[in-house]
Design a protein around this ligand. Structure first.
Ligand code: HEC
Ligand code: HEC
Ligand code: HEC
Length: 144
């Protein structure tokens, strides 16, 4: 009876320990799934505001999800410096249609064509404001 109780207690402490381990390992696994900027490029979206506001580019969807290497874009198509391409006068749809910049891939073959799905790339002024207003929304949510 006594032994039974002891093994019972042990059984439960092992169970509790396993549970704790699961939480820890599980937590770590979630941590590991977190975006790795070294492997996939900056997490923050690149937002172009010129010539039009606003076009969004995310590294994650291109590297982590679509499996592209950095040198698919850097440095022949884009410099590793946000803001640099916006300084080019020819950063226009016509250039994209001619196979430059995003149009190097967004040609309807490697990726969806630049003359389709405008709003996938273009988030507009409203989308831009929404992005900038992100933290405000969070603070509001935090009040509840
Ligand atoms: C599909 C194209 C593409 C791929 C692939 C890509 N990048 Fe980029 N990256 C961009 C664009 C576009 C910019 C912004 C350039 C600009 O504004 O002129 C950029 C900018 C950057 C910047 C500068 C960010 C800043 O805020 O100044 C870094 C750092 C960077 N990329 C790292 C990487 C790394 C590391 C990889 C590979 C893991 C990678 N990129 C793969 C397109 C790409
Ligand atoms: C080296 C090739 C390449 C370049 C350059 C490139 N893309 Fe892409 N892009 C892809 C591929 C491949 C996909 C995924 C397949 C698809 O959606 O057709 C994709 C998907 C996307 C998507 C949909 C997924 C998402 O992120 O929401 C957007 C938006 C996008 N690209 C925007 C851009 C913009 C803006 C640029 C230029 C600043 C750009 N891409 C440059 C290859 C490229
Ligand atoms: C693959 C991403 C992508 C798609 C799809 C796309 N654009 Fe663009 N667009 C850009 C980028 C990048 C720029 C230059 C950066 C900026 O203006 O913010 C741009 C710039 C523009 C400009 C200003 C420069 C110019 O060419 O006059 C207009 C207008 C425009 N786009 C309209 C459109 C329309 C309309 C569509 C759909 C038929 C479209 N875009 C689809 C990425 C895209």
């Amino acid at each position: 009876m006594n032994i039974d109780q002891r093994s019972f207690t042990r059984f439960f402490s092992v169970l509790a320990f396993a549970g704790l381990l699961l939480v820890l390992v599980g937590g770590q696994a979630v941590g590991e799934e977190e975006y790795d900027e070294d492997a996939y490029g900056p997490q923050a979206p690149i937002v172009f505001i010129a010539p039009v506001k606003a076009v969004v580019f995310t590294h994650k969807t291109h590297t982590m999800d679509a499996g592209m290497e950095c040198d698919s874009c850097h440095d022949e198509v884009f410099q590793m410096e946000s803001g640099s391409t916006e300084q080019n006068d020819d950063f226009t749809m016509q250039s994209l249609y001619d196979g430059k910049y995003c149009g190097a891939c967004h040609d309807g073959e490697t990726a969806f064509a630049s003359n389709t799905r405008c709003t996938v790339c273009h988030i507009g002024v409203k989308g831009f404001d929404r992005m900038q207003g992100g933290p405000k929304t969070d603070a509001h949510g935090g009040n509840h």
